[in-house]
Write a protein that binds this ligand. Structure first.
Ligand code: WTA
Length: 658
């Protein structure tokens, strides 16, 4: 394990940032969150979480808040029973809010649909009845491979209603990536659609499923939503149209109460090895923290706010802050199908104006893209409805933070920089709007009820002004309950580094500033963060070496002004590096190959053909040195290399090749 050494100048600048933005008195006066929350949680953590759990409807009350006796396997709200979908849908209808719009769905071509909680209830019931008819029962797994369509939300909630686990696979992943996820979870049903709109064009999606399910023995049915009406291949043995199976179902379905620890979903994320980890989340604790954080951090007022989280449903942000948090809180939210520049670069602001969006949550990489497009674009729209902005997924540079506040937030909106992970399930570190004086670039403090520390390699907390590794030193309700089918890997990955102290190791570097606020500094392991998406270096390396022309590969994440990091690969080709086969066509073929193996998001920005890779005497590739080359820095200490001249050759090749 290395110290955070991948920091670039942007991050260094971050640390000399000392502006603060106190909340306005008007905002503070109406804010959901108060400073007392910190004290309450401090005095009685479990009591605090018990209060938060009371946000939900429990069919059976729990009798113990936390059982940590089998650490690191937590049990929250022990003995309690609830139905997650009932909490997200039916209880709002029963409370008289059935006519409230749950989802303002906006299609990329301009079609739209407003779905009330009444309708959402009917749609979820029909989908649940359809899945039951297809043989899905409690504990079964359903893979959902859909773009941002309402049916994605209906499907997830239908699974939750039945006590089946969903495994949502991002629509940008390849057939290969989909297949390995289906097989790891042994999914019984796959839900997909014919195609999706991307930049104004229909693009096939089902074709990837057709390719994936040629070798997925567990799959019994493929349920296909019709979206683009394009031609699709059809396997009459297992393919079924959503409109044939779901539309004819009864819109009544009685939800069953499940144990608080009943599994809710699996979501795959990249780790430090080539094989993605199936992160497992359960019901009561997860929904409690999702609802609490969504209400406190976004200051949600369900009867007046219009909330919009721009994440894709295929990532954890889409799970917790499109589906479970907002719907548990009875929010009205926008879900947008397409890209931000279709038909033009003002699309997001046209949507904000159209629906009067008041709470907007996106990724720093998107903000930097908007900056590149220019502030004259948002200036053409009425954004006065926006009263709070959020960011997630990667550190935000102060410049982007300031631009966001100035040009999107009318110069006044509080910004919440929220740090969390697929594994944490919900927001862990963030300013509290109306309470915290915000600092551009810092996520600042653990939320009330959450405990996080920056420690050194020995697990000792570092002092103010010092950096180290981020750990979570107390269990939290939405924490992952394991890695699907691999308890050993769960313990090793997160709990072995600080086993003695019992800390969860997050994999992020962090630093305290002089007043004790936390600044996140990026991953310290072999995980890259490209446009807020986690991709492991080993995953891309495995894809590269699976190509017949590649003998060896090393991949690094190099800092990138827009995407945070960009993927740079160094490859040794088989049979030497004949110049005729190491040119553009060879590297383009490799980039396409990676897209085919993993998905377009994993395509290397740059591939360098080299004759050697820098290795230590024990054979470990020194990625730190390759990162120096990829970021055009002077190459660091090479004394531990088996052959120290290797770096000279690589640097020379990089210069002549670029
Ligand atoms: C990074 C996304 C800095 C971090 C919810 C973490 C952040 C990884 C922030 C998790 C933030 C997320 N500031 N870094 N506000 N939020 N990260 O699992 O490196 O896709 O470990 O979850 O994103 O990514 P994941």
């Amino acid at each position: 394990m290395t110290q955070p050494d991948g920091q670039n100048t942007t991050l260094d600048n971050l640390l000399s940032e000392n502006r603060t933005f106190a909340p306005s008195s008007e905002f503070a006066a109406q804010a959901n969150a108060t400073a007392e929350l910190y004290q309450q949680a401090e005095q009685d953590r479990e009591g605090f979480w018990a209060t938060q759990a009371a946000r939900l409807h429990w069919d059976t009350e729990w009798n113990q808040v936390l059982d940590w006796s089998d650490a690191p396997f937590a049990k929250w709200f022990v003995g309690g029973k609830l139905n997650v979908a009932y909490n997200c849908v039916d209880r709002h209808v029963e409370a008289g809010n059935g006519d409230r719009v749950a989802i303002y769905w906006e299609g990329e071509p301009g079609d739209s649909r407003a779905i009330t909680y009444n309708e959402l209830q009917r749609e979820v019931c029909k989908a649940a009845n359809a899945l039951s008819e297809l043989g899905v029962g409690t504990g079964d797994r359903v893979a959902i491979y859909l773009p941002m369509l309402p049916e994605a939300v209906f499907s997830m909630l239908a699974c939750a209603r039945l006590g089946a686990l969903h495994s949502v696979v991002f629509g940008g992943f390849s057939a290969e990536a989909l297949r390995s996820r289906i097989n790891d979870a042994e999914a019984k049903v796959v839900i997909t659609c014919d195609g999706q709109y991307r930049r104004g064009k229909p693009m096939a999606l089902k074709a990837n499923v057709d390719e994936a399910v040629t070798a997925t023995p567990s799959v019994e049915h493929v349920l296909v939503v019709q979206r683009t009406e394009q031609e699709v291949g059809w396997n009459s043995g297992h393919d079924k149209w959503w409109h044939d199976v779901v539309d004819r179902q009864s819109d009544q379905h009685t939800p069953e109460a499940f144990d608080s620890e009943h599994p809710l979903y699996i979501l795959y994320t990249s780790g430090t090895t080539g094989k993605p980890k199936g992160i497992l989340h359960t019901s009561g604790g997860y929904l409690t923290q999702a609802a609490y954080t969504h209400q406190a951090v976004f200051d949600l007022k369900p009867d007046s706010d219009v909330y919009w989280c721009t994440a894709d449903i295929g990532w954890v942000t889409g799970h917790t802050y499109i589906v479970y948090g907002p719907l548990a809180n009875g929010a009205s939210q926008v879900i947008y199908e397409g890209t931000p520049n279709t038909p033009d670069e003002g699309r997001h602001w046209a949507i904000v104006q159209k629906y009067g969006v008041s709470l907007y949550y996106t990724a720093p990489t998107t903000i930097r893209t908007f900056m590149k497009w220019g502030s004259d674009i948002p200036a053409q729209y009425d954004l006065s409805s926006l009263r709070l902005l959020g960011t997630v997924g990667e550190p935000i540079n102060p410049e982007a933070w300031m631009w966001y506040r100035e040009h999107i937030g009318n110069g006044t909106a509080p910004i919440v920089d929220t740090w969390w992970q697929t594994e944490t399930g919900a927001i862990m570190i963030s300013p509290l709007p109306g309470v915290t004086a915000a600092k551009p670039g810092s996520a600042q403090q653990p939320l009330p009820g959450i405990s996080a520390k920056v420690v050194d390699e020995e697990g000792n907390q570092v002092g103010n002004g010092q950096g180290g590794l981020l750990v979570l030193d107390k269990p939290w309700p939405a924490m992952l309950r394991g890695i699907w089918g691999d308890d050993q890997r769960f313990k090793e990955t997160y709990w072995s580094k600080f086993a003695e102290q019992g800390f969860y190791f997050a994999g992020d570097g962090a630093k305290y500033d002089e007043s004790g606020d936390i600044w996140l500094l990026g991953r310290v392991d072999d995980v890259m963060n490209v446009s807020g998406h986690r991709i492991s270096t080993t995953e891309v390396e495995s894809a590269l070496v699976a190509h017949s022309t590649v003998a060896e590969a090393a991949v690094v994440g190099a800092s990138d002004a827009t995407t945070g990091q960009g993927i740079v690969a160094f490859v040794i080709l088989r049979g030497g590096t004949g110049s005729e086969d190491s040119g553009d066509s060879a590297t383009n073929a490799l980039r396409d190959h990676v897209a085919h193996e993993i998905g377009p998001i994993a395509k290397p920005r740059q591939i360098m053909v080299v004759s050697e890779l820098p290795k230590t005497r024990s054979g470990k590739i020194m990625r730190r040195l390759l990162r120096d080359v990829a970021e055009n820095r002077e190459v660091g200490d090479v004394s531990t290399l088996a052959d120290s001249s290797v770096m000279d050759q690589i640097s020379a090749g990089m210069k002549s090749g670029s």
